[in-house]
Design a protein around this ligand. Structure first.
Ligand code: ATP
Length: 144
């Protein structure tokens, strides 16, 4: 069976967020394809992630050759390059990947990704800041 056929997740960008996401999904038993344009993060996860390749996710033809269109989920985990993040999401849309998540660092990036048609946009720093506030408030209550 080919990877991606009948399910599976493509994780684009193996920085801190993408790497931990990809490893967590694989340890949950999902089929994961990790992609990064830089050889270093690819090397770093090579022993732990079954399927990992070095490729530019903004290159539609390269993504097609990796059978990205056969996956039903994809996550764009590129934060700092707005251009790469938006282009990668656009390529996934063009390949008709049914469910797309993307990480955004700024509110503007989140809005652009939504405009491109990304179904789920997450803002980890923003969301964790709010969540941590709840934890801090909870802890404070213990002391008052
Ligand atoms: P972190 O998750 O560590 O906070 P970040 O949000 O700062 O990451 P970057 O470090 O900019 O995001 O990007 C995450 C990863 O995405 C990097 O390893 C980078 O090489 C990769 N990446 C950037 N552009 C592309 C691209 N066009 N195709 C594939 N991977 C890419």
């Amino acid at each position: 069976k080919r990877i991606g056929a009948g399910g599976g997740v493509v994780v684009i960008g193996l920085g801190r967020f993408g790497k931990s996401l990809a490893l967590e999904l694989e340890s949950d038993g999902m089929e994961v394809l990790g992609i990064d344009a830089d050889p270093r993060p690819v090397q770093a996860v090579a022993g732990r992630l079954t399927h990992v390749v070095q490729a530019d996710a903004t290159d539609a033809e390269a993504m097609r050759q990796l059978s990205v269109h056969e996956f039903d989920r994809a996550v764009v985990a590129i934060g700092s390059s707005l251009e790469a993040s938006v282009l990668a999401a656009f390529v996934l849309r063009g390949l008709h990947v049914p469910h797309i998540w993307a990480k955004a660092t700024t509110k503007a990036q989140a809005q652009i990704l939504e405009q491109v048609g990304v179904e789920h946009v997450v803002r980890p720093e923003h969301e964790m800041g709010r969540r941590t506030a709840h934890l801090v408030r909870g802890k404070m209550l213990d002391y008052i």
